[in-house]
Design a protein around this ligand. Structure first.
Ligand code: NDP
Ligand code: 8X3
Length: 255
């Protein structure tokens, strides 16, 4: 029974936003952590801060790099090798352009990170869960994986893929007693828009003006709720908006 023992969680994209807040909340609740990202200084800071509350191990790899993913996960010390919870969170939108004006490098980045990176990490970790006949995988999808919106095109495609992978994992891992579920947020104020708009801070800030967006802490709270349900309860698919948002494109802005 997964809930009776001290848990170990593996979080991708732990250096910022949703992943970072999930790491903090898990640490406060004494869940051991394997935190991943590419920014070593952010990983070092997190390790220093969160080690006061729980055991923390950091891994620096780019999820696009298949060999690096498997080497990093193979390198885990014995006391971090039994992973109970996988939060597949690393990802971003790159650009917001009409399809015909899309940048091929942006398309590659979104499909390689949001889809293939998630697959590599999952492939490396699932065997432990199968061996243990227990585990919980939470895939961070998006409203963009439920609804295509103007100029969302390839980012939406990447998140529709996450939605399909979430369903496929749940079906195929069912016989192994593994829980699989997705959280699909609407607008959350994180580093997301800085990346989407390639460092244009003014444009990024505009995304969150005139209404109260979700905070990454809100999503962390939901993820923590999911992992703390009794083991026979699997929250399979959850869509969460800020109250001001009704769909991918309908946001009640008071500007
Ligand atoms: P942030 O930009 O704040 O965080 C993204 C995280 O992903 C960072 O920790 C980053 O770490 C990591 N990451 C990005 N690219 C790579 C890579 N190639 N290899 C390894 N790690 C990588 O954004 P959010 O917290 O908002 O995003 C987290 C997830 O939530 C994403 O999957 C996103 O699509 C999803 N989401 C976000 C929404 C929002 O409105 N913010 C809404 C719906 C879904 P580092 O740079 O150190 O590698
Ligand atoms: C992030 C939310 O609406 O920018 O996935 O696609 S949105």
């Amino acid at each position: 029974q997964i809930s009776n023992k001290k848990l170990t969680a593996f979080i991708t994209g732990a250096t910022s936003g949703i992943g970072l807040e999930t790491a903090k909340l898990f640490a406060m609740n004494k869940i051991d952590l394997i935190l991943c990202g590419r920014r070593q200084s952010a990983l070092d800071t997190l390790k220093k801060q969160l080690s006061r509350h729980t055991k923390v191990h950091t891994l620096n790899f780019d999820v696009r790099d298949k060999d690096a993913v498997f080497e990093a996960i193979d390198s885990l010390p014995q006391d971090f090798s039994e992973i109970d919870i996988l939060i597949n969170n690393a990802g971003n939108a790159h650009g917001l352009n009409k399809f015909d004006e899309g940048d091929i490098e942006d398309w590659d980045a979104m499909l390689d990170i949001n889809v293939k990176g998630l697959l590599y990490v999952s492939k490396a970790i699932i065997p432990t869960m199968i061996k243990n006949r227990a585990g919980h995988i939470i895939n961070i999808g998006s409203i963009a994986g439920k609804e295509v919106y103007p100029m969302g095109n390839v980012y939406c495609a990447s998140k529709y893929a996450v939605d399909a992978i979430n369903q496929g994992m749940r079906i195929d891992l069912n016989q192994h007693n593994i829980r699989v579920g997705a959280v699909n947020p609407g607008l959350v104020q994180t580093g997301f828009s800085d990346v989407r708009f390639k460092g244009d801070k003014e444009r990024a800030a505009k995304t969150y003006e005139g209404y109260e967006p979700l905070k990454p802490e809100d999503i962390a709270d939901i993820i923590h709720f999911m992992v703390t349900r009794p083991y026979h309860v699997n929250i399979a698919d959850l869509l969460v908006f800020p109250t001001a948002q009704a769909s991918a494109t309908i946001v009640n802005k008071q500007l």
